[in-house]
Design a protein around this ligand. Sequence first.
Ligand SMILES: [Zn+2]
Length: 270
Amino acid sequence: MNHPSVWIQELTWQEVETYLAHDKVALVPIGSTEQHGPAGVLGVDSYVAITLAEDTATRTGVLCTPPIWFGDSSHHSGFPGTISIRTETLVALVRDVCRSLARHGFTRIVLINGHKGSNLPALVTAVRSLHEEELPQVMFAVADPLHLARSAAPTIKETNEHHCGELELSHVHHRFPGMVRMDRLTGAGVDFGAVFGGFVGDDLFGPAPDGVEIMWTGAEQRAFAPTGSFSSSLGVTEEKGEAYHEHIVARLCELVEWMRGYDGPIGAGR
Ligand SMILES: [Zn+2]
């Protein structure tokens, strides 16, 4: 790596121009500011995205944009500190960031999401039409632990993982010591069967029922999950966090190397 930081906000414009003379990959970390139960700080999802982007960038020599700290979190808005932007706002924000990157020659853009299924509809919506209608020369990828840890998560975790579970809190505990209150871990969870009638699964990384998506408001969430925790966090350990992190970063590094050398039909427009 011959630039002084992987973060664009810590570089000068000339250092970015030098980078673009030989590379074209940008990583865009996107998280949320939302309640993560009694033990997790509000920034958990953003810290997840930031550390995945930073370590992938450091190992592959690519650049990251400043993180987007806000996401689609209205369903957590019953808890103080949660700051949510509307789905439409997130779509518009991501499109503008990508337009700016593409204008200067970043033609391989990876959105690294730390907020799992709640941000994904907006992120996919943002870049699908952008690629079709405006930026056919850019290859976009949307990356999320939900899919990148699919094979490893069941071997690392010991309990069902939904919101505030042992995997995401172990991850942040490993990379940002102090951001998980280890004396506030809880076994409190949501009785998914009682609340969602068996149509919503309680394990994002495990077997799921034939199901549907059910919307709920911030007030409704506070009623069925009074502590904010959906999954037990009693099993949080640094070792689990490290295994989870290393698995995802390794896969992201493979993605970057593939995109960097890619010469196929996608992103060849114009
Ligand atoms: Zn989260």
